[in-house]
Design a protein around this ligand. Sequence first.
Ligand code: GDP
Ligand code: IMO
Ligand code: MG
Length: 423
Amino acid sequence: MAVDLLLGLQWGDEGKGKIVDVLTKDYNIIARFQGGPNAGHTLEFDGIKHVLHTIPSGIFHKDALNIVGNGVVIDPVIFKKELDQLEKFNLDIKNILYISRKAHLILPTHRLLDAASEASKGKAKIGSTLKGIGPTYMDKTGRNGIRVGDLEMKNWKDKYRALANKHVAMIDFYAAEIEYDLEELETEFFAALKVLKSLPFIDSEEFIYQAQKDGKTILAEGAQGSLLDIDFGTYPFVTSSNTTAAGACTGLGVAPNQIGEVYGIFKAYTTRVGSGPFPTELFDEDGETMGRVGNEFGATTGRSRRCGWLDLVALKYAVQVNGVTQLMMMKGDVLSGFKKLKICTAYNYQGNTITHLPYNIEEHNVSPIYTEVNGWQEDLTKMTDASQLPKGLNDYIDFLEKELEVPIKIVSVGPDRTQTIHR
Ligand code: GDP
Ligand code: IMO
Ligand code: MG
């Protein structure tokens, strides 16, 4: 069986967690392929709201197996907290959650380095979640990282000590005012490692290969969004992994010709947390309404998300880079009540009209060109069938499908599992 992918097409927080949870009933295995605890994936069902950071969003389905892939970076301390939060659900965790031996570990000093690096950047800071993501991927590509599989090897503590010592010297180099008690952080870290070690470690590429051969259905879950991709995002205001479809191949060890459906998920408008360019950002009442109605606060950091109109230029680019085969539109309910909606269909780039995403989309280069369409007034949140969707929304969907040349198969009308309309 082919491996299907689900990934965010904007700057993250599109609603990936919700949709992975909805789709899990059709899959045997859910596998996270990149990112780490910078992600916050929200699931809502039976009146419960749950946020996952490292653990795949299929975890609440007792028949699904969840894999944390080699492309993921794991902070054992945060991971342990996530597991603690799951305790009340009485899940058979050791039988439904496996960890790739090739996944890298976020050390306490990686988190400190993240903070020191950001502090040293002043106004140019990335707006990182400060979870140690950048420094951990730097050590991965620099060939210094510590992997989950090392925990089963004899000499790993020496490796740990050498790396932590190097990090301390690097933190000093930044000369940032970072206060920390390494001993305390390490006590917490080593205690959390014991919990991590209680879960099955696997050679996930081999495991997934065999599962495929056995006819198992597999869904790869992305984190962040295409515009935060280290290569294709709005660099340097990005994360440190490949969030796009290719990242699933390297993050799980799945060959490109084994990829089946690519589900691309986007909000009916746009949001972004952290720094970086955002051409359709709103600073007016409309943006404030989106933020308030959409409850746009970061699931990991609690920061308010910046809001703006849908950017079709950027969305088209993401559809292209990922080879999206099916689209899912989230949070249409948040736009109910707007008389008119704007969709950015082109950019004015240095005085010329363009319809592709250029190298740099900062304000001094790019301003959005909008197409205005009618909105819809109806409350969508109780709707359960595509036949109930109002004309304004159907026209919005038709417009997007025509421009993007990919069908919108799911329209989400609220945060709950049940508020999902299939088309
Ligand atoms: P993820 O990182 O892509 O999993 O998304 P987040 O969980 O960070 O953010 C999405 C937020 O929107 C969460 O609070 C979800 O509960 C919520 N959400 C998801 N889909 C919908 C929807 O269709 N309508 C509304 N109103 N909220 C939604
Ligand atoms: P999910 O999976 C939204 C953003 C941060 C920052 C930049 C770099 O929930 O969609 P990092 O911590 O990776 O060094 O931060 O990327 N960012 C996200 N924004 N959703 C996410 O994940 C994000 N993960 C990182 O805000 O701008
Ligand atoms: Mg999120």
